[in-house]
Design a protein around this ligand. Structure first.
Ligand code: ADP
Ligand code: MG
Length: 200
């Protein structure tokens, strides 16, 4: 992974999140407090502003720097959670970077989210996208399979009952709406696939 690739990944992920901020806000208005889009936009705008500085670092350090930026700028529940994800990715990423090391990093990132959120799958959160996707990566799925798993998993949060985060306060009324964090995780995964497949 060279610095150019890191910069392209930052551009792709940040622009995807920023372009979908309105949609994320609408989702969070249904089952939360309506700030997820703005939270994520603020965080990724801050990452984008430091893109060149971050991209000059080795990949593991770049991921940790992104995580720190997200913790400081996103706020809400998702700031520390996405911060933990990216810091975990950086902590888990070993050189040389290949499919195995990326998978190991992804697993550490998820473990950090679970630890920080005291959460697991089935609770209608971002983990309901991240965990199935890592399963597809682990079983050797290609980019199309990864994209499909992320889209299906985000959609599958709609009928779930939320038992973590703000949406859990709504109990049964949380059913019938896609989880905003699940959708933002799907968007991030799609943007990463776009770059790695040479589409962005
Ligand atoms: P807040 O809930 O503080 O307003 P956001 O709206 O930015 O923060 O983020 C909400 C998203 O955070 C949820 O849609 C969910 O995916 C995720 N989330 C909330 N709590 C947890 C948790 N304990 N574990 C994992 N993800 C969580
Ligand atoms: Mg919110």
């Amino acid at each position: 992974m060279d610095n150019t690739l890191t910069a392209r990944l930052i551009d792709a992920v940040a622009s995807r999140i920023i372009a979908h901020a309105g949609e994320l806000t609408t989702l969070d208005q249904a089952i939360g407090d309506g700030d997820h889009g703005l939270n994520m936009k603020r965080g990724f705008e801050a990452v984008l502003a430091k893109r060149d500085e971050i991209a000059a670092k080795p990949p593991a350090e770049a991921l940790k720097a992104i995580g720190m930026e997200l913790v400081m700028k996103v706020g809400g529940a998702s700031g520390p959670l996405y911060g933990s994800l990216f810091m975990g990715l950086g902590k888990g990423l070993a050189e040389p970077i290949d499919r195995e090391s990326a998978l190991a990093a992804f697993e550490v990132g998820i473990a950090e989210v679970e630890k920080r959120g005291k959460s697991t799958t089935g609770q209608k959160t971002m983990l309901d996208v991240l965990v199935p996707v890592v399963g597809v990566v682990r079983s050797g799925g290609d980019f199309a399979a990864i994209r499909k798993a992320a889209a299906d998993a985000a959609a599958a949060t709609a009928p779930m009952l939320a038992t973590r985060g703000r949406a859990s306060f709504l109990k049964e009324r949380s059913v019938g709406h896609m989880d905003p964090g699940a959708r933002s995780s799907q968007l991030i995964i799609e943007a990463v696939c776009d770059v790695l497949e040479g589409k962005a």
